[in-house]
Design a protein around this ligand. Structure first.
Ligand SMILES: [Fe+2]
Ligand SMILES: [Fe+2]
Ligand SMILES: [Fe+2]
Length: 214
């Protein structure tokens, strides 16, 4: 994908988060008595609106060759200590889970888009993607993780991690690899098998770390 396509898909994602997803999550959280989550969702909706404006402005610059790509957003990092969920309703918890996945994907997407822009020699666009990626991870994902109770003590974090890696290594990737192989997507099948082996290695390494903790 080129820069225009990357900026277009990024702007569209931000518009959806700013005008649809987060406002709905904020309203539902308020209805369910989760005021802290409603406030957070509304704040994030506002950030995403700024991201969408910045990506649209950058798109204009790339298309026309006129003007300046906006400066990357400032990052005000949050930390997520271990702790239980800080919301009461199952709906808020489910919305936080959806939001966490969206933020993780946005972080990954902007990181690879930044790398692509850098390879194109477009430093200003790369910096914008890197700045937005940092906000998605260090502000949005992390603040949502606190309310979700995402982080536990180390042994529990390791157990959860091992289960996830084990599932990827023994079920998810082998299934994907078989399906890809069956329809002749040989490269994809090979990649899925490679990833399955990697995840198996990760699972073992985390198991050793857990054993050492006793
Ligand atoms: Fe964003
Ligand atoms: Fe975000
Ligand atoms: Fe892994």
């Amino acid at each position: 994908m080129n820069e225009i396509a990357n900026l277009t898909v990024s702007a569209a994602g931000e518009v959806n988060e700013a005008t649809s997803m987060y406002p709905r999550f904020a309203q539902e959280a308020e209805e369910d008595g989760d005021h802290n989550a409603a406030v957070l969702f509304a704040e994030i909706a506002d950030d995403e609106a700024h991201h969408s404006e910045a990506f649209k402005a950058a798109l204009d610059v790339v298309r026309t060759g006129q003007g300046q790509v906006p400066a990357p957003p400032e990052v005000d990092p949050v930390t997520a200590p271990a702790g239980p969920p800080q919301v009461r309703s199952a709906r808020t918890l489910a919305n936080l889970d959806t939001a966490l996945h969206g933020e993780a994907l946005a972080f990954a997407r902007y990181t690879v888009f930044a790398e692509q822009a850098e390879q194109n020699g477009d430093e200003a666009v790369a910096a914008l993607f890197r700045g937005a990626a940092a906000v998605e991870l260090h502000e949005h994902f992390t603040a949502e993780a606190v309310l979700f109770g995402f982080v536990d003590e180390t042994r529990a974090n390791l157990r959860k991690t091992i289960a996830g890696e084990h599932y990827e290594a023994t079920v998810m990737y082998p299934t994907f690899a078989s399906r890809a192989g069956a329809v002749g997507d040989i490269e994809a099948a090979e990649l899925f098998w490679d990833n399955a082996r990697d995840e198996d290695g990760h699972a073992r390494a985390f198991e050793q770390a857990l054993d050492r903790l006793g």
